[in-house]
Design a protein around this ligand. Structure first.
Ligand SMILES: [Zn+2]
Length: 352
């Protein structure tokens, strides 16, 4: 499968935080032939391991979950009320079509509604509508009807516009945060499959990052790694209305190496190791400007007695919204950096 086909497959999978089964199933099928062992833990993390020659263990982490919503109430007129799972900007929600995963495993459609502007006061029209005031129209006219249609409190949902290649090598789709990272891990696993490794590698596909790095925390505890590298899809903000010094990362400049975000200050040794791998392999790279966002690395590096942790990201515009965009050459260069880093261990960090 080429990179775009792989990204499309994972981007279109359902994986709202806490409901990652669909995306996990797809990743499991793809990675199983490339590793020595695959298992799913209690929190739903998928852990795929390869044995290396040495004693050192590297945890490569990407999160499977995406931001979404959960049905919190079905009113007597048949409208679904909902709450966010992960960070959303409420201004962008009204009138989007949503995909709701029912208990029966069906993906049903609905539309996010809010009071029509025609009936709002001038003052209210200027204010953003809070999520609590929005509702989902599924075509039911009563609670009973909505229930008969299969909807229940607790059903997860997301906004799912179709994946598209906007121009060759430039794609748009949902959940690139962090399916782009999942693609990087899968493709790195494939490219390393024939190579003998000096380090044990666990490809950890984590659950629940968007609600507080919940999966990565327990994954790191059981893997007990010496080193970890989290791979993210992060805030590409090279766009009108954002000053250059406020653009966390930019598209087309290659993988973004994190120096510090709100969840971790990356040890210099890790940053310099990644820089060295990039420079030795002629891979373009950029820094993610401090101190935007947080990642699984925030939970991983403080596990047990501490883990030497770093983060690299694929630049993606419009994350935490229904559709992101990314450049496939950035994705490719991130794969090269991650695979190169694995091969360069443990020497590149002066470990082992
Ligand atoms: Zn993420």
């Amino acid at each position: 499968m080429d990179l775009i086909a792989l990204l499309r497959e994972l981007s279109d999978a359902f994986g709202v935080a806490g409901f990652e089964d669909d995306v996990r199933g797809k990743i499991e099928r793809l990675i199983a032939p490339l590793v020595d062992d695959v298992r799913t833990d209690v929190l739903g993390n998928l852990l795929a391991s390869r044995k290396g020659k040495g004693d050192l263990t590297l945890m490569l982490d990407a999160h499977m979950d995406e931001v979404g919503f959960i049905v919190k109430w079905i009113d007597d007129k048949g409208y679904l009320r909902f709450a966010p799972l992960g960070g959303w900007d409420p201004r962008i929600l009204p009138s989007h079509r949503v995909e709701i995963l029912t208990r029966a495993g069906e993906r049903r459609q609905g539309v996010i509604g809010s009071a029509p502007p025609h009936i709002l006061s001038e003052e209210d029209r200027k204010r953003p509508i809070p999520i609590e005031s929005m509702f989902i129209d599924v075509g039911a006219s009563s609670r009973e009807e909505a229930t008969e249609m299969g909807f229940r409190i607790g059903d997860p949902l997301t906004i799912h516009p179709p994946f598209a290649e906007l121009r060759p090598g430039y794609v748009s789709g949902k959940a690139f945060d962090d399916r782009a990272g999942c693609v990087v891990l899968l493709e790195a696993a494939r490219r390393l499959a024939e190579a003998p490794l000096k380090t044990n590698v666990v490809f950890a596909f984590a659950t629940g990052e968007e609600v507080g790095a919940r999966g990565a925390r327990t994954a790191a505890y059981q893997i007990d790694p010496d080193v970890s590298l989290s791979v993210e899809g992060t805030i590409g903000a090279d766009m009108p209305a954002v000053a250059e010094e406020n653009q966390p990362v930019r598209l087309g400049r290659g993988p973004a190496i994190t120096v510090a975000d709100r969840s971790i200050i990356v040890p210099r040794r890790m940053v310099e190791g990644l820089e060295r791998v990039a420079e030795e392999n002629s891979i373009p790279y950029q820094y993610k400007l401090p101190t935007y966002g947080g990642t699984d690395a925030g939970a991983i590096h403080v596990t047990r007695a501490g883990v030497l942790s770093g983060v690299v990201s694929v630049p993606c515009r419009f994350i935490h919204s229904p559709t992101s965009t990314l450049r496939v050459d950035d994705l490719e260069n991130t794969i090269r950096l991650v695979a190169g880093f694995v091969k360069a261990l443990p020497d590149v960090l002066a470990l082992g």
